[in-house]
Design a protein around this ligand. Sequence first.
Ligand code: PHE
Length: 344
Amino acid sequence: MLEQLEQIYQEAQVSLAAAASSEALHEWESRTIGKKGAVTLLLRSTGQLPKEERAAFGKRANEVKELLDAAFAERETQIKEIELIRSLESGQVDITLPGRAHPVGGLHPSTQTLRELYHIWADMGFQVFRSRDVEDDDTNFTLLNIPEHHPARDMWDTFYTTTPGVILRTHTSPGQIRAMRELGENGTQPIRVILPGMCYRYEQITSRSEMQFHQLEGLVIGRNIRMSDLKGTITAFARRMFGAKAAVRFRASYFPFTEPSMEIDVECFLCGGQGCKVCKYAGWLEISGAGMVHPTVLRNGGYDPSVWSGFAFGMGPERMTMLKHRISDIRYFWGNDLRFLEQF
Ligand code: PHE
């Protein structure tokens, strides 16, 4: 058997050198070192030899197998190279084959809406003011004219931290106080800012409410700022955002930090005010809370309310995105499902 092995080895070396194509090479492989190749079969039958011959034979057979494996790998590289050169020379590279696309990321739909909002408000002279996500109780409530234990606090279900008095902001309105104190220079300077950011509420998560969402607050402080300024500004905004023909409606409402307060609706742009599922057959869609800054809030920001006045609004970018793209469930926004995100 040892003789047979050596003979096979000799022949295999010769025929490997003679194999000149991938086909011939693979044929050689299955003939010699493949599962049913001659060397493999010989190796497997080691057990049939008399005991004293086994060790020597097995050792040599393994050696031969290893040598042939290595020779095969080397020849394979050579042949691939030869074949590549041959195909390049004969001009047979298929340049019509599609390239390999790399996956590209995209902007989250909320980010896209926020950027659209920044553009519109920037065109009207509003600067971005960044306020904090982790707030204190005072700024989120008390300074906004919502005293401790006042039932109006029930309007916002709050996440408290283990540090007393430290909470996650339930709305972007506390940024009003911070903006007035940081930019107002003791109540002497006018202000025109937007305050975008994430808000947090201890809510049951449903298709309509999340426990985290964006708000975009607006604040204007000056002398002689009147409700007509608020109405004109919001109307101009709505026409940029929802189309030149968008109708806007101002509805009386209540917020502790504005007086008077209102809610702002745009005519449903899906049904043109006829009534549909999205507007719940009202013909109108709510886009923002707003109002004239309450004298107490002005005072807390360092302004004298007998000289200064202002307006504020707070809108929800996710809601606007839902309306625009007819997204039926707010949970998609933070669900991180690529099938949803890749649509934007
Ligand atoms: N902060 C209010 C809310 O979260 C919205 C609002 C902002 C209302 C500014 C009036 C003025 O509901």
